[in-house]
Design a protein around this ligand. Structure first.
Ligand code: ATP
Ligand code: MG
Length: 604
């Protein structure tokens, strides 16, 4: 309920692994990266040449009194023109650099997002059982965004910063080795002060993100469960918890501001110290005539001091970005590397057109050793309608999950027409089964699209036909816009029974005639809809192999045969009359259902 995001710092080896993995995604952009590198180097040169021009202007054209006046004026004009030209070129280069880098970043991230979603579509359901939807959403959205910022700004910017700093170094030494030496002496102290405050800012920043995530999760959950919260009067608890998290968030924000308020002055102070040092040493050199320092050299050098600090600031921000990106990519790659636990066979066998369904000594557990089904064996002949009954949690839906191969059995096997499910393709299997799930999902789309599921092969006529067949047409036509009424994602506006009818229409529209599975909703349905459902089931199950998981007596009566499940074991099977005569668990269950439905036991 209160997940903290994983913000542990990965080891060096892990860092390399993640970076290598990320780099794979930049492979298609190798040409672009080459272009970026060239632009970076040109940009660095463009930044570092102007101080040399200033030095020339000051020392030669302004300071050298031995030259003729027109030569000096000409020289100044030429230098000015060159300066202007270089600045203009820099402007264009930097614009291009930003555009190209952003494009590459967006491209890389599109590819990653694509892979993440494709992977999610292909993942086995067990993964979704143990991963909260919120966390998956974070992966698809904010983790990917973090990567985007890192790839388009972080990596490219860091490379540009490094080149800029290297360029400044080279030009500093070129302009004046003596002043460079003086400056390099204090760099370790600067770096230490700088790293100290920067680390603090980053830690505070991590706290903020942690608090933010907790706050979001909490708010999201509270909003989603609003009806339950208000129903049970839990508002004060929720309000208190929110207030607590909100307070943590405020503290974290304040901490960051505090260190930031320290960080920038530190940066400015370091720059001032460097400037004072260069001024002092440079001034002394000029006065004493030592080290060939001139006024022009000093001015140029002071410009380099400023240019040296600018990328330093960027670089430290990017170090933080790298950390965030590593955490994000770790989570993303963890998802991408999740093995498919329900693999398609290497050499799939086609499913026979018809044939009995057989469960043979099936043992199954969702979680290790926690057996949900124990030694379940039964056969369903073609054309037969079988009802499965049992108390809640006895494993009825689980049987269906296994038949649809959402999960694989741990022991035993399931076959259709003698072919084991594990040797056919999942897609082939599911195409042959029409299933109405216990809690049908309604997409935020029109009613028609919810029935046809955007399959272009399913025409509007087919959709309406299926709806009529499933007795859903009546209520659909009464909706404000009929088949074009847009439903929201939680199926809002539809009653439980209507959702079931819609799901039945959906299964019919997909026209998978061979086998129909119906996992009856436990929710109570008004008697009118109940009658519609029963009528639809009777029609749909006719001449068809069908499995009905029944919670209502009226449904059980349609079945040819009944399987009775008790705590994961098949305890009895037979017709309704046979089972009643056995005086066992079924009799008690039957009596319970009769009472529960408020209906008298059937007269037969
Ligand atoms: N995804 C899952 N992960 C772990 N355990 C599960 C999962 N789904 C179901 N179970 C457990 O398996 C057992 C059987 O559940 P199942 O959904 O098959 O019951 P059911 O007979 O369909 O019940 P109901 O009549 O309420 O629909 C239950 O104990 C349940 O807690
Ligand atoms: Mg169930």
């Amino acid at each position: 309920m209160n997940p903290t995001p994983e913000t542990k710092i990965p080891s060096a080896r892990e860092t390399f692994r993640l970076l290598r993995r990320l780099l794979v995604y930049t492979r298609p952009y190798r040409g672009v990266m080459g272009a970026i590198l060239v632009l970076t180097i040109l940009g660095s040169v463009g930044m570092n040449v102007p101080p040399v021009l200033i030095r020339n202007a000051v020392d030669q054209w302004i300071g050298d009194a031995t030259l003729a006046l027109d030569v000096r004026v000409n020289g100044l004009l030429r230098t000015g023109a060159l300066f202007f030209g270089i600045s203009l070129a820099s402007l264009v280069l930097r614009y291009l650099h930003a555009i190209v880098a952003a494009r590459m970043g967006a491209g890389v991230v599109r590819d990653i997002r694509h892979d993440v979603f494709r992977k999610a579509l292909d993942l086995h359901l067990q993964y979704f059982d143990r991963t909260p939807v919120g966390r998956l959403m974070t992966r698809v959205t904010s983790d990917v965004d973090t990567l985007q910022r890192f790839v388009s700004d972080g990596v490219v910017g860091a490379v540009a910063d490094v080149f800029q700093i290297l360029g400044v170094f080279v030009f500093m030494i070129y302009v004046s080795p003596v002043l460079s030496l003086a400056l390099f002496l204090i760099i370790p102290f600067m770096a230490a002060a700088f790293l100290f405050s920067n680390t603090r800012v980053r830690i505070a920043n991590r706290e903020i993100r942690r608090a933010q995530s907790a706050l979001n999760t909490n708010a999201q959950e509270a909003l989603a469960g609003m009806a339950t919260i208000q129903l049970f009067g839990r508002e004060p608890t929720i309000r208190e918890r929110f207030a607590r998290l909100n307070g943590i968030m405020r503290d974290a924000c304040f901490l960051e501001v505090r260190w930031f308020s320290f960080y920038f002055p530190v940066l400015d102070f370091a720059q001032a110290v460097a400037t004072i040092l260069v001024l002092g040493v440079g001034g002394a050199c000029i006065l004493s005539g030592y080290g060939a320092v001139t006024l022009g050299v000093l001015i140029a050098f002071l410009t380099y001091v400023r240019d040296f600090f600018r990328p330093l600031d960027g670089l430290s921000n990017r170090a933080g970005m790298l950390q965030q990106a590593l955490a994000a990519s770790e989570r993303i790659f963890e998802l991408l590397e999740e093995p498919q636990r329900i693999p398609d066979p290497p050499a799939p066998v086609p499913l026979p057109a018809a044939g009995p369904i057989a469960f043979e000594h099936v043992h199954f557990a969702y979680v290790e050793e926690n057996w949900v089904l124990r030694d379940v064996s039964f056969r369903i002949e073609p054309g037969e309608t079988v009802a499965i009954v049992g108390a809640t949690g006895s494993g009825k839906t689980t049987l269906i999950n296994l038949l649809l191969r959402f999960y694989d059995v741990q022991q035993g096997g399931i076959s259709i027409g003698g072919i084991d499910l594990r040797s056919v393709r999942r897609h082939d299997l599911r195409r042959r089964i029409g299933a109405v799930m216990q809690e049908p999902f309604i997409f935020s789309a029109s009613v028609a699209d919810n029935v046809g599921l955007l399959d272009p092969a399913i025409s509007r006529a087919t959709i309406e036909d299926a709806a009529r067949y499933a007795n859903a047409d009546g209520f659909i036509r009464k909706l404000p816009h009929g088949y074009d009424t847009v439903l929201n994602e939680r199926g809002g506006g539809l009653s439980a029974g209507q959702k079931q009818l819609l799901a039945l229409a959906r299964a019919m529209a997909q026209n998978r005639n061979a086998l129909l599975i119906l996992d009856e909703a436990t929710a109570n349905v008004d008697s009118e809809t109940e009658a519609l459902i029963q009528d639809a089931i009777r029609r749909v199950m006719k001449n068809r192999t069908g499995i009905i998981i029944a919670h209502r007596l009226s449904t059980i009566r349609h079945a040819h045969r009944i399987l009775v499940l008790y705590q994961g074991k098949l305890v009895a099977q037979g017709t309704h009359d046979e089972l009643l005569r056995q005086d066992g668990y079924y009799r008690r269950l039957y009596r319970y259902l009769s009472l529960n439905n408020g209906q008298a036991p059937a007269p037969e």
